[in-house]
Design a protein around this ligand. Sequence first.
Ligand code: ADP
Length: 223
Amino acid sequence: MLQLSGLSYRYPNAAGAQLSVPAFSLARGEHAVILGPSGCGKSTLLHLIAAILTPQQGTLRVAGTDLAALSPRAADAWRGATVGFLPQKLALVASLTVRENLLLPAYAIGRAADTTRADKLLDTLGLADKASAKPHQLSQGQQQRVAIGRALFNQPALLLADEPTANLDDESCTAAIGLLTSQAEANDASLVIATHDARVLAALPGAKVLRLQAPAKEAACPG
Ligand code: ADP
């Protein structure tokens, strides 16, 4: 599902240090947690895995595809069909209903709007009665569930989640990780969570761990 080797990345025109990623692999159906303190490159690594950023060095195979072989346009199509992304800032579209937010990934890759699938997914997420609501009418936890449904809508092989437990109490943290895991497995996807939250490992004991170090040029990593 995932093979990383000799991967390094530095933001263009940025004075920041280079992110170096230890070799790592993940089989289909396995889950992973990317751990490390804030600012050490976890989000950046998720963006590399999603082919949003391109590494300066190293190889990255995701779901059988060598990302270096993709043109920018091919990368967009590949990402839309292969990767679901749960960002830390959920970025739901305020003017659309919950159901329409779920359908967005299908539109993005030119698929017909499958409202039956949207409603089924909303049902499994406990949001059946919220299909016609607008995001601002939902609680934070409900909004996160919509974003999980949106990330899974195209049945991606890989579900990436960026700090999904930030600001959650212990009980909500366990519930969020349980929901992400069960939904990933119901959709036959591998789950990769980037977090600085040690509770995530406890909630996902079978996961493989990829630990990122503080960047070499910085004396200490904030957070
Ligand atoms: P984490 O997810 O572990 O908190 P990030 O991947 O967000 O870390 O950031 C890693 C480093 O890259 C930080 O020093 C951050 O300031 C820097 N960084 C993040 N995004 C950008 C960007 N778009 N341009 C330049 N530097 C960035």
